[in-house]
Design a protein around this ligand. Structure first.
Ligand code: PGA
Length: 253
C-alpha cells in the first residue's frame, strides 16, 4: 500500500503577508484524512509557514536547493539551511528549473545526493517536452532523467518521491490523459526496479503533475501507478487544493 501524497508547489507566488492568512485557512479547512500533504512555499516564507504548520499534518518542502554544502555561492540556499528550518522535503528538477536555470540531470543528481545526505526527501521531477512526445522519445527521455539523476541515490519509499510532470501539461491547462499518465508511471516504476529492488520500487510514490484540478484529479489518481499529485496553479486556491486532497483520500491506492 502506498499512501497518496498531494503536494502543492507555490512557485514564485504570494508574499509572506498573503501567505499567512492563506495557510491559516488551509489548516482550518484541511480535510480529515491520513494521506500526506506537502506544500512548497518560496524560501522567504519557509520559517513563517513552518511555524504555522507545526503540529499539523502538513509537511513543508523547499522548491530547490544548492548542490554545494556551503561556501561562496551568493544567493544559493543549502540543504543544511533548509533542513535546519524544519523542512522535510525538497523539490528537485522541476522543469522550470531545468529550462530557465539550465539544470542538467548531472547537476540534479548532485542535488538529490546532498538532499538525502542531509535527511531531506527529494521530490525528483521528470517529464518530456511536447516535441519529445511527438518524436516518440518520452520513455527514453524519462529513463535517462531517472538513471542519471538518481545515480547512487537511495531508492526507497521512505527517502524518495518521484513526480512525472509532462512539460507540455504544466500551467497550460492541457492535462495528460489518465492512460498517458499510467503508461509513464508504470515505465518509471520499471526503471526504478532496475536501479533498486522490486520491493523498493513498489514502495516509491510517483506523483503526476501538470494542470491537476479538482475536476480531473479523480480519474488520474484512480490509475494504479499514480500515487498522488504535484499541483501548481490549483494549489493557490485553498478550496481547490483541499478538494484534491479529499479526492485522494477516497481512493484506495
Ligand atoms: P500546474 O503546475 O498544476 O500549474 O500545471 C504543476 C507544477 O509545475 O508542478
Amino acid at each position: 500500500m502506498r499512501k497518496p501524497i498531494i503536494a502543492g508547489n507555490w512557485k514564485m507566488n504570494t508574499t509572506v503577508s498573503e501567505a499567512i492568512p492563506f495557510t491559516e485557512t488551509l489548516i482550518k479547512s484541511y480535510p480529515n484524512t491520513d494521506i500526506e500533504t506537502i506544500i512548497a512555499p518560496p524560501f522567504t516564507h519557509l520559517s513563517t509557514i513552518l511555524a504555522l504548520t507545526k503540529n499539523t499534518p502538513i509537511y513543508c518542502a523547499a522548491q530547490t536547493l544548492s548542490e554545494s554544502k556551503d561556501g561562496a555561492y551568493t544567493g544559493d540556499i543549502s540543504a543544511n539551511m533548509i533542513h535546519d528550518l524544519g523542512c522535510s522535503h525538497v523539490i528537485i528538477g522541476h522543469s522550470e528549473r531545468r529550462a530557465y536555470h539550465n539544470e542538467t540531470n548531472e547537476l540534479l543528481n548532485k542535488k538529490c545526493l546532498i538532499a538525502q545526505k542531509t535527511n531531506l526527501i527529494p521530490l525528483y521531477c521528470v517529464g518530456e517536452t511536447e516535441s519529445q512526445r511527438d518524436n516518440n522519445s518520452t520513455l527514453e527521455v524519462i529513463k535517462t532523467q531517472l538513471i542519471t539523476g538518481l545515480n547512487n541515490v537511495t531508492i526507497t519509499g521512505k527517502k524518495l518521491i518521484i513526480a512525472y510532470e509532462p512539460v507540455w501539461a504544466i500551467g497550460t491547462g492541457k492535462v495528460a490523459t489518465p492512460e498517458q499518465a499510467q503508461e509513464v508511471h508504470a515505465h518509471i516504476r520499471n526503471v526504478l526496479t532496475t536501479l533498486s529492488t522490486n520491493e523498493e520500487a513498489e514502495n516509491i510514490r510517483i506523483l503526476y503533475g501538470g494542470s491537476v484540478k479538482p475536476e480531473n484529479s479523480q480519474s488520474l489518481l484512480e490509475k494504479p501507478d499514480v500515487d498522488g499529485a504535484l499541483v501548481g496553479g490549483a494549489c493557490l486556491n485553498v478550496n481547490s487544493f483541499c478538494d484534491i486532497i479529499k479526492t485522494a483520500s477516497t481512493i484506495n491506492v
